[in-house]
Design a protein around this ligand. Structure first.
Ligand code: GLU
Length: 270
């Protein structure tokens, strides 16, 4: 009888441990983690029905798993909303073509970089007049509010005729409708649009980058412990070959090849 009770007690304790999730990396089975991604950038972060695909989505899923954060619940993080989403805890972190900049570091922290892209131009396939940032005088340009792309081009081409929309797909539509002459943002994003079925043969990337965009994982400002965990996971992502697999799978179909400096070395968390 005594023996039997001990077994019952042991089972009870085991069950309690199981339910409280003490067996693993800190998060209970069945929990979710809110992650900000782009919803409209093919090859990077794309929502198609209930499916999410892209290089950033693959990294987001990897981090959620590697750090036992729970099942990812993806939240759209348009460029201008990213800092706010993190500051107000609407997301735990963001993987969304999010360039590490000093200005942004005033509001959020970053782990990474995990990828280096460069700013370029997307134009209509039959347009021979735009060959680089130096040929933008008198042209109508589109980019997105809150992006480094909009800020960079205004600095490089003072007085440029720039329309700032909420998302890059709105710029693609404006470009096809001839309401603007070019769309400027990272070459990664532009390659995805140029290769998209709906745009095939209609748009082309100029192919002359004029900035360096260090993509980081955006997280709560000053959360050094979490930054360190993400950084460790990023290093494992590179060394295991998962990074290269994700890059080739997601950017390869658009013919995009990572430029010099890839994969980068993540900066220390501070
Ligand atoms: N990487 C740039 C940025 O963080 C442009 C792409 C984007 O808006 O997501 O602003």
């Amino acid at each position: 009888m005594k023996f039997g009770r001990t077994i019952v007690a042991a089972i009870a304790v085991g069950t309690a441990l199981g339910l409280s999730g003490c067996g693993g990396g800190g998060s209970a089975a069945g929990s979710t983690v809110k992650i900000g991604i782009k919803f409209d950038q093919p090859g990077l972060g794309l929502k198609s029905g209930a499916d999410y695909t892209g290089m950033d989505v693959d990294l987001a899923k990897y981090l959620a798993k590697e750090l036992s954060l729970g099942t990812p619940e993806f939240v759209e993080a348009v460029s201008a909303q990213r800092e706010t989403l993190i500051q107000t805890d609407q997301v735990k972190f963001i993987v969304g073509t999010y360039s590490i900049t000093d200005a942004r570091k005033e509001k959020v922290s970053f782990a990474g970089p995990y990828f280096i892209a460069g700013q370029d131009l997307l134009v209509r396939a039959d347009d021979m007049s735009i060959t680089g940032v130096e040929s933008l005088a008198g042209k109508k340009l589109c980019s997105v509010k809150g992006s480094t792309s909009a800020a960079n081009v205004q600095k490089l081409v003072p007085g440029v005729n720039l329309q700032e929309y909420g998302t890059y797909t709105l710029c693609v539509d404006a470009l096809k409708a001839k309401n603007v002459d070019a769309l400027t943002t990272d070459d990664t994003i532009l390659a995805g649009y140029a290769a998209q079925e709906a745009n095939k043969g209609q748009l082309k990337v100029v192919g002359k980058t004029f900035s360096k965009e260090n993509y980081g994982v955006g997280l709560k400002k000053g959360d050094t412990a979490f930054c360190q965990k993400v950084t460790d996971a990023l290093n494992k992502y590179f060394s295991s070959g998962e990074w290269l697999k994700a890059v080739e799978k997601n950017l390869g179909p658009a013919g995009y090849k990572p430029g010099a400096g890839n994969p980068p070395t993540p900066a220390p968390c501070s």
